[in-house]
Design a protein around this ligand. Structure first.
Ligand code: GDP
Ligand code: MG
Length: 166
């Protein structure tokens, strides 16, 4: 049996970078390639002995401030509907932003598995942000660096018991 993991979070936190690492190919859009964004992108991921479908959510990048919240809600709802597990990512160097709080509210209300990742944590510039992430009420944040491949063992540890339900 397999499961679907959706990576959600505000623009620029590092979703596509992690997607690319899990899929092992450059399928997702990383932010310096303008104009080709699709809202949701799927790939076959491997992490240790786990095999699953991963969904990268984009489509918020060109939203204006006025429309961002509505688009976030719709996109997140769609991602949550198609996924068995959501990986909610923040940028730990920036800390928790009001936009992150909106995502957290949406995800807390959903009855699905949520994994919290405090990304860009390869240096101690992320320490305060990782601590702040606890306040989101989504459990223990994974200290992750998608770009440097750090924290993937902790991601595996959180995914393993969930994967056994599917
Ligand atoms: P997305 O908009 O959430 O999909 O974010 P991207 O994956 O496009 O990444 C946005 C920027 O953050 C890019 O410049 C990435 O190289 C950078 N980035 C992604 N992951 C990390 C990380 O773990 N550490 C650091 N320092 N930068 C990262
Ligand atoms: Mg992206």
């Amino acid at each position: 049996m397999s499961f679907t993991l959706a990576i959600v979070g505000r623009p620029n936190v590092g979703k596509s970078t992690l997607f690319n690492r899990l899929v092992g190919k450059k399928l997702a859009l990383v932010d310096d390639q303008p104009g080709v964004t699709r809202d949701l992108r799927e790939g076959e991921a491997r992490l240790g002995d786990l095999r699953f479908t991963v969904v990268d959510s984009a489509g918020l990048e060109d939203a204006t401030d006025n429309s961002l919240e509505g688009r976030m809600r719709r996109l997140t709802e769609r991602a949550v509907e198609m996924a068995d597990v959501c990986l909610f990512m923040i940028d730990a160097r920036v800390g928790v932003t009001p936009t992150d709080e909106i995502f957290a509210d949406i995800l807390r209300k959903k009855n699905s598995h949520v994994i919290l990742a405090a990304n860009k944590s390869e240096s101690n510039a992320a320490d305060a942000g990782v601590l702040e992430a606890w306040n989101l009420g989504l459990g223990e944040p994974i200290r992750l660096s998608g770009e440097h491949g750090e924290g993937l063992n902790d991601l595996y540890s959180q995914l393993l018991p969930i994967s056994e339900k599917f």
